[in-house]
Design a protein around this ligand. Structure first.
Ligand code: C5P
Length: 397
């Protein structure tokens, strides 16, 4: 999968720089053409001679060659590369990347690269766990950078913990599987809704549900990894924005309705995974409700987003979810009809390992013609890949 790919490797100043030699070897062995850019400090950890010999290309460090004034163009390096992998990536380089600092060739190349970018962080466990590093990594992820997680283990400091750079073979495999994924949904756009909605009772209390957004986020991730453009309308959850996905944050069912309607005009299809509140307080109070005897909370129905999209969908693909506790299949089929869905994905709270919060799900996908495919208990990522394969088939027709 790496054959004839142009891989630009960035090396920063970390003890793990010695592993860059193994990485370059693995990439070259896999058939890739490799160029290397180093930070000035990286040269203290591994010699340019070693890396240049393995890459069969000269190493680039400076903006220009002081001997003859030849310019090392970061723009053309970025254009040349099919992927840019920075391994090892120090806390310093990650911070600079997150904030647009461009004081060396490795960083200017990052800012001008149009290709997918991968980073393999390497640092001491406390540096890796520091809130600033965590925020920088989260920011890079939301900018579409692929993070190759470090491993737990013995560190150069003598301490043991998370921060050891992923092994060279693992980084090469990660790149290889990235290129392996066929971009079957390139040029297609999708709306995905995910997470719960939160309906205010007063400024302090609310009505919500146990949804954590994991299923919807897995679907958004899978759609994006097959080349689709994804708008993820998300209720409040504590998950990072998946790579390559545009997230629109909403709180209430009303906000989710408005954001979804606005996004739907411009997409080829939608997967409605959010656990939208069916009712919202009819008269939310502006001030905190004081304790008294019994109170009656009047609720009014929210708008059914999936049903409204079903009404206006035309030729677009619309997939909904049905989380049931009883009469599962009948209820799910009812929703498919009522909301004018093309497919309904049923999961039952009666199945162990399915539903809220967990990383697994057990889904049955029901089509308009009544055909039902039941999948075994599997990870939400695997369940997402079945659903996205369905999306793929829909557009093959
Ligand atoms: O009727 P029920 O809420 O179980 O329907 C579930 C499906 O409808 C899910 O796809 C959910 O995201 C969607 N839905 C919606 N707007 C609502 C309620 C449900 O989009 N107000």
């Amino acid at each position: 999968m790496l054959r004839d790919k142009h891989i630009l490797v960035g090396v920063t100043g970390s003890i793990a720089a010695y592993k860059a030699a193994m990485l370059v070897r693995a990439l070259v062995k896999g058939g890739a053409e490799v160029k290397i850019v180093m930070t000035p400090l990286a040269k203290e950890f591994i010699t340019p001679l070693t890396l240049a010999t393995l890459a069969k290309n000269p190493i680039l460090v400076d903006f220009f060659n002081p001997e003859n004034g030849e310019w090392n163009s970061h723009v053309s390096l970025g254009e040349w590369a099919d992927a840019y992998v920075i391994a090892p990536a120090t806390a310093n380089t990650l911070a600079k990347m997150a904030h647009g600092i461009a004081d060396n060739l490795l960083l200017t190349t990052y800012l001008s690269a149009r290709c997918p970018v991968f980073v393999a962080p390497a640092m001491d466990l406390d540096m890796y766990a520091h809130v600033t590093t965590c925020q920088n990594i989260a920011m890079l992820r939301s900018h579409g950078v692929h993070i190759i997680e470090p491993e737990e283990g013995e560190l150069a400091s003598g301490l043991s913990g998370k921060g050891r750079m992923a092994e060279a073979d693992e980084i090469a495999a990660c790149l290889s599987s990235f290129f392996e994924k066929e971009m079957t949904l390139q040029g297609k756009r999708f709306l995905v809704t995910a997470g719960p909605t939160v309906e205010a009772i007063d400024p302090v209390r609310y009505i919500s549900n146990h949804s954590t957004g994991k299923m919807g986020y897995a679907i958004a991730t899978e759609l994006a990894s097959r080349g689709a453009e994804v708008i993820l309308v998300s209720g409040p959850v504590s998950l990072p924005v998946p790579t390559g996905v545009r997230r629109v944050d909403v709180v209430s069912a009303k906000e989710m309705f408005e954001a979804s309607m606005a996004a739907f005009a411009d997409v080829d299809g939608a997967v409605m995974c959010a656990a939208v509140a069916d009712y919202t307080p009819a008269n939310p109070e502006n001030s905190k409700i004081k304790r008294k005897d019994d109170i009656v909370l009047q609720l009014k129905p929210t708008k059914d987003i999936a049903a409204e999209l079903g009404r206006v969908k035309g030729e677009k693909l619309l997939i909904g979810f049905a989380l049931e506790t009883d009469n599962e299949e009948t209820n799910a089929k009812g929703k498919l009809e009522r909301k004018n869905l093309d497919y309904v994905v049923l999961n039952s709270l009666r199945d162990e390992g399915a539903g809220f919060g967990v990383d697994t799900n057990k889904i049955t996908v029901i089509g308009r013609d009544g055909t039902a495919i039941a999948y075994p208990l599997e990870s939400k990522a695997q369940a997402a890949s079945h659903i996205v394969s369905l999306v793929e088939n829909f557009f093959k027709k």
